[in-house]
Design a protein around this ligand. Structure first.
Ligand code: GLA
Length: 435
């Protein structure tokens, strides 16, 4: 009953209207250049890593050929430092001609030919954060039309070099201008991050009507400390943030840094699990050409992706915060399934956490716990005590369902994963109790 009420509250709170462009009914997934490749424009000395069309076509090739696209990772997003320092003679933004010789339109066609999408970046102000030409109020319609002419699929509108009153005009105006082009362009707003991320300065009802996703908080860096500060802020403010999310409108805690240099394996599993709980956009910022098998396995974990992509789009919450550093997160999913993440902030040894589903607010009944990382299944009653062993800065992540009502195939289909054959091979290797 308590669980039912929690689900009902989450659903009811999540019914405000989303931006009516029909896009991003589940959180977007893909790759974004910024965290890993920043504003490296030195193509002479660093041709493989500089911000150039080669970087984006390389990543597109990896997404298309290494199994990412079929799992839903379809966006290839350009961030700052792509443009020329000057607008063209008609006043339009233009790509740096040396680094993007084939131009953005051709780049988007390259993506589309491979079943991928192209995202681009701009800034609601005089300059981008990296000092490139911005999109002040009087250029909004022109720039929206330029992106539509280039057949771009997503636009991130940053907020450097603009003040609060300009942002209040500019962000809604860009939403209108993008819609008016008639070309579907998903809209990512950095506006709340520039206004502290919280009401009264930030109006999440309005954001849900004009943007598909929004950055609420500071930039992620390649470190565990950075991931932790983001996790803390998002879950400390979950009562404000969770109701703002839903199909077509997502909080964005920033990129996945799994596969980079700053996270251990356990910490990588933690980032992926908590981003799944948060219904966060899954934009990897890593080098897909050299990524390790371990990092790839975490990012391609179908159970975690299925949790992230659940069609109800309810953002999960922290439901337990033990003084000794163990936390539990919960997200309701369709078909009476839910996800549980046990996280340890401790730094001593794997912590053996004793609990039961009853203690975690589950209703009376029989349940199946499916471990997203080990694929192990445990059958429990609500009142059965069980122990999870959680590594320092790591997680244990469970899919919780009634024993007989769901199998892996149904879960994936519900999660809208596509691709012809990934289910069957795996399903056959599952322990019988799961099927
Ligand atoms: C801001 C944004 C980042 C990135 C940089 C680019 O800091 O928050 O995500 O886009 O600008 O300069």
């Amino acid at each position: 009953m308590r669980l039912f009420l929690l689900v009902l509250t989450s659903v009811l709170c999540g019914t405000s209207v989303a931006l009516d462009n029909g896009l991003m009914r589940t959180p977007p997934m893909g790759w974004l250049a910024w965290e890993r490749f920043r504003c490296d424009i030195d193509c002479y000395n660093d041709p493989k890593n500089c911000i150039s069309e080669t970087l984006f076509t390389d990543m597109a090739d990896r997404l298309a050929e290494d199994g990412w696209r079929e799992l839903g990772y379809v966006y290839v997003n350009i961030d700052d430092c792509w443009s020329s320092m000057e607008r063209d003679q008609q006043g339009r933004l233009q790509a740096d001609p040396k680094r993007f010789p084939m131009g953005i339109r051709n780049l988007s066609q390259y993506m589309h030919a491979r079943g991928l999408k192209l995202g681009i970046y701009g800034d609601m102000g005089s300059h981008t954060c990296g000092g490139y030409p911005g999109t002040p109020l009087d250029k909004i319609e022109l720039d929206a039309q330029t992106f539509a002419d280039w057949e771009v699929d997503m636009f991130k509108f940053d907020g450097c070099y603009s003040n609060a009153s300009e942002q209040e005009k500019g962000y809604p105006l860009m939403s209108k201008a993008l819609n008016a082009t008639g070309h579907p362009i998903a809209y990512s707003c950095s506006w709340p991050a520039y206004q502290g991320g919280l009401p009264p300065k930030v109006n999440y009802t309005q954001l849900g009507k004009i943007c598909n996703l929004w950055r609420n908080y500071g930039d992620i860096q390649d470190s565990w400390g950075s991931v932790l500060s983001i996790v803390d802020w998002f879950f400390d403010n979950q009562d404000v943030l969770a109701p703002a999310a839903g199909p077509g409108r997502w909080n964005d805690p920033d990129m996945l840094i799994v596969g980079d240099f700053g996270l251990s394996l356990d910490q990588s599993q933690t980032q992926m699990s908590l981003w799944a709980i948060m219904a966060a956009p899954l934009f990897m910022s890593n080098d897909l050409r050299t990524i390790s098998a371990d990092a790839r396995r975490i990012l391609q974990n179908k159970v975690l992706i299925g949790i992230n992509q659940d069609p109800l789009g309810i953002q999960g919450r922290r439901i337990v915060k033990e003084k000794y550093g163990i936390e539990v997160f919960w997200r309701p999913l369709q078909n009476n399934v839910s996800a549980l993440v046990f996280f340890s902030r401790r730094s001593d040894m794997p912590y053996r956490y004793h609990t039961s589903l009853k203690k975690l607010n589950y209703a009376t009944g029989n349940y199946k716990l499916f471990d997203a990382f080990t694929s192990r299944t445990t059958l429990v009653k609500d009142a059965t005590d069980f122990v999870v062993s959680v590594n320092p800065s790591g997680v244990v992540t469970f899919l919780v369902s009634a024993p007989a009502t769901i199998n892996r195939r149904q879960f994936y289909n519900g999660g809208k994963l596509h691709g012809p054959s990934f289910e069957d091979a795996e399903e056959n290797s599952l322990p019988p109790v799961f099927l």
